[in-house]
Design a protein around this ligand. Sequence first.
Ligand SMILES: [Zn+2]
Length: 108
Amino acid sequence: MTASRTAREKRAAAQAGPLARVKIDLDDDQQFVYKISCTECTAKGHRAWSTHRSGDDNGFMAATDRWIFHLREKHPDVDAPCLAFLPEARERLQQRRDAGPRTGPDPK
Ligand SMILES: [Zn+2]
């Protein structure tokens, strides 16, 4: 459990790019809780930006999607590997708006 959590954390941090601080905790139900915060927004004394989502891959995707949108909106000149998923993130956002909360596809 711990090893896989650390591995996920590393993978997520690598994808999220240099501005993100990624943390994965366990909630009371032993579910993963993904937390992404923005080091730049925190450092500049703006309201710190962060998101957290619980759940397995769905939680991971939801947190990453929110992070992608934050990067595009606030740091358009910053590059990060996760920005490659921007079209998919937009699609998922649209799907969530259309269909409401539901289980997403397995991200492979
Ligand atoms: Zn930011």
